[in-house]
Ligand binder design. Structure first.
Ligand code: SF4
Length: 293
């Protein structure tokens, strides 16, 4: 179903499919943990995987976050369990208390590699508290380059001069002609897909866990699709099995078991219709997130 605001899928879209071997390799690696520091963003990417253009302005509550993180950190076997913890968005640099969030994260996850993942547009406006938090807590900066009039190498050099380990993200896949491109979701708001099949061909599920609202979620779609559903009036039902409440976790094995199985939300992902498309600004049209089939 397309909405009245739908626009055509770009003619340059190319199909994307995750091979079974690649899926297995992703699952064999340590899971990453994402924390969505704010839902909204200062850059509207069409088809944002975290639905930021559709999100209302919302900042992570620092007290709530510390409570959740301390609960997670107390779980047996969780120290060093996550390969990589990412403070992201939306755009995390919009959060007025980001420095505190960095400190809280490092305090409770002393072993993990931690990074702030940003589009970088606000970097030059960040205050000393932010830069000191990154250096004091050994937290890295991961800048995602977009096809804008921005010298990202120069921006990265600026951050390195502040003493912060900085890298340009390679997450933005290139299209065949070398243009920066986005992996685009293919949601089926009717929830008619086969749950297991969707999970097996999913590039995210179980690999990019999300910490949100007192629970671990298998992917950003399950954790953050509400902005999409609300905006376009879809009734994408949330099932209790989509999340693992922190209160129910007794050891890292529980997270490991959870991340290896499909979830009711997987019925909404038409992963055989994933595409890679050239980057563009969002027109806030549902088609940017919908399956073209
Ligand atoms: S809901 Fe399932 S299929 Fe969709 S992104 Fe999440 S894990 Fe993957």
């Amino acid at each position: 179903m397309l909405t009245a605001t739908a626009t055509a899928i770009p003619a340059t879209a190319i199909p994307y499919s995750l091979g079974f071997a690649e899926r297995l390799a992703k699952m064999a690696a340590k899971p990453k943990l994402d924390v969505q520091v704010c839902d909204h963003c200062n850059l509207r990417c069409a088809g944002c995987l975290h639905f930021a253009p559709l999100a209302e302005k919302r900042f992570l509550d620092v007290n709530e976050y510390e409570r959740d993180l301390s609960r997670l950190a107390a779980v047996e076997g969780v120290e060093g369990y996550f390969g990589f913890v990412t403070l992201m968005g939306g755009e995390p640099l919009l959060h007025p208390r980001l420095a505190e969030i960095v400190h809280v994260t490092r305090k409770h996850l002393p072993q993990e590699i931690i990074a702030v993942c940003t589009n970088g547009l606000l970097l030059r406006r960040m205050d000393d508290d932010f830069w000191h938090a990154l250096t004091d807590c050994d937290v890295r900066l991961l800048i995602s380059p977009y096809p804008l009039q921005v010298d990202y190498d120069e921006l990265a050099a600026f951050a390195r001069k502040k003493g912060v380990r900085t890298a340009l993200s390679k997450d933005i896949t290139n299209t065949a002609d070398g243009k920066e491109a986005f992996l685009r979701l293919a949601l089926d708001p009717q929830g008619a897909r086969d749950q297991t099949q969707s999970f097996l061909s999913c590039p995210f599920g179980g690999c990019y866990l999300q910490l949100a609202r007192g629970a671990i979620w298998p992917c950003q779609v399950s954790a953050h699709h509400d902005s999409f559903a609300r905006r376009f009036g879809y009734d994408m039902c949330d099932a209790p099995d989509d999340a693992l409440p922190l209160a129910s976790i007794s050891s890292a094995d529980d997270i490991e078991t959870f991340r290896r199985r499909s979830h009711p939300m997987c019925r909404y992902c038409d992963n055989d219709a994933l595409t890679v498309v050239p980057w563009e600004r969002s027109k806030l049209a549902a088609i940017e997130w919908l399956s073209p089939r």
